[in-house]
Design a protein. Structure first.
Length: 242
């Protein structure tokens, strides 16, 4: 598996870091070399980080834990949304709203408002509003839907967050730290690994790199969910025999 994984990581460009002038010295243990003023990430460290993250995410998912996927940069947004939906977890791919975790009650209120607006828009009731009010409601709907639709299924604070580029998503990382939410993150050579719990050193600007890493992590979540399903089936069969 490791040989195949190394090949996939290299082909996806996961080993390319930032320009050496932009590095964070704390990333030194994860850097293999410097070539043409670019830092090269040690793929062995990427694999170690991936394996630790996969094991942890599977454990969280097998215990019916909630995992929030976060990645709002252009290269990550589509992948975050696609893979989070595939493994049935909430996501933030447009914009991290301040207080998403630390003021979660307000976020749930906004999601309730989104549902109310959808009911209004779907029925005949919308026609009872003036054109100006209809336009206002439509703008409000689009804004809430764009920012919060990925968190509809998030009924509580997540046990874990999967983040692409903690430097870009520094507000999300701060809120996670404040609430003790574990952070699994793809980190490039310009990031501070001390700010995340389970760092995965790798290229966080390449779409191919992000797609590969996030897909592997989503697969781990699905594997954990399958374990939970098997456990439930075994427990159910045991109860039936009794």
């Amino acid at each position: 598996m490791s040989a195949t994984l190394v090949k996939d990581l290299v082909e996806a460009g996961c080993h390319f870091g930032h320009r050496a002038s932009r590095w964070n010295p704390k990333m030194r243990p994860y850097i293999y070399a410097r070539r043409n003023l670019i830092h090269i990430i040690d793929v062995r460290e990427t694999i170690r980080g991936l394996l630790r993250a996969k094991k942890y995410l599977s454990q969280v998912a097998s215990g019916n834990g909630l995992i929030l996927f976060v990645g709002t940069k252009r290269q990550a947004a589509d992948t975050i949304e696609r893979e989070a939906l595939r493994c049935g977890m909430p996501f933030v791919s447009e914009r991290w709203l301040g207080g998403t975790l630390t003021n979660f009650r307000t976020i749930r209120d906004r999601l309730s408002r989104l549902e109310d607006l959808e009911v209004i828009r779907a029925g005949e009731g919308i026609k009872s509003y003036s054109k100006k009010m209809q336009s206002t409601l439509s703008r409000e709907y689009r804004k809430i839907h764009r920012n919060l639709n990925g968190m509809r299924t998030m009924t509580r604070i997540p046990e874990c967050m999967v983040i692409v580029d903690p430097k870009k998503e520094h507000n999300a990382v701060k809120e996670a730290q404040k609430l003790g939410v574990t952070v699994v993150s793809l980190i490039d050579t310009d990031c501070d690994p001390d700010k995340v719990d389970l760092p995965i050193p790798g290229n966080d600007d390449s779409m191919r790199s992000i797609e590969l890493i996030v897909k592997i992590l989503a697969d781990a979540v699905l594997a954990g969910k399958n374990q939970a399903t098997v456990k439930q089936q075994i427990a159910s069969e045991g109860a039936d025999k009794d």
